[in-house]
Design a binder for this molecule. Sequence first.
Ligand code: TA6
Length: 297
Amino acid sequence: MQSADNLRQLFPESPHWHFSESRTGFPLLHLIDGNTQATVSVYGAQLLSYCPAAQEDVLWLSDDARFQQGKSIRGGIPLCWPWFGPHPNDSDKPAHGFVRNRYWQLTALTRVGDASLARFRLSEFDQTFYQPELSLELEISVGDSLKVQLTTTNNSQESATVSSALHSYFAISDIGDIQITGLEDKPFRDAVNNNSTCLQRGPIRFSGELDRVYQNVDAEICIHDPGLERVISISGTGSQSAVVWNPWVEKSLRLGDMGKDGYRNMVCVETANADQDARTLKPGATHYLVACIQVKP
Ligand code: TA6
């Protein structure tokens, strides 16, 4: 594992990046572009915060988030890979894959145009969890918008099927007041109602637990938040599916790390390759799953 001190030696601090540690010693990278800031945990290569200039944090991080080895951090943008949801045929394996519970390697820090960019690589590849040899890289670009790119390359001689998600937790004023547009008339699997297949009618509004996997996603998704007087726009590439989730009261209690009434101030809108949108990579092939997030006035 690269400690914060190791990272300072490898990447001398600058006006555009510096390092610190979580209360449990996880190395944290802070990326800065003018008055815009973002924080990334090296554990999980997980964004924890993105604050555009003159804006409240766009990402939600639970007050009770655990920064503990082997556990995932509740909030920000956890990476689900190489399977989304439960493992397809082995319930002993963790939900949402294993890379969110691993230390990644920071391999580059640079400025590209008006943005600060960081690149991470998952070096130690846990063959116990996944056979075909794949490599995985994450690129985070912080500027007027936040760009997150997860790159999978199949280095093996056989085809490999991967499902994944950029499991983004967005900060909102109140779950009862927001609405989500951009998924109207799209089919979805309703995980709260026996995985039944339904069609979205109009904007999404919340009045209880909601857990849906949308397909044929081909447009920008927007979170309209009257309380914070803003619209968060999420555009995906290399993705035709999106997951929308709020655990509401009971599921929050079962999860145990959502914080008191935390569900009221978060909504997940995940840029994904889920269910039938899973991707099969031929030998030598590369796939890019990309989310571009920005606040629109
Ligand atoms: O993305 C939605 C979802 O799959 C929900 O079903 C819920 O379980 C959520 O992910 C959180 O999963 P986690 O493993 O982080 O508790």
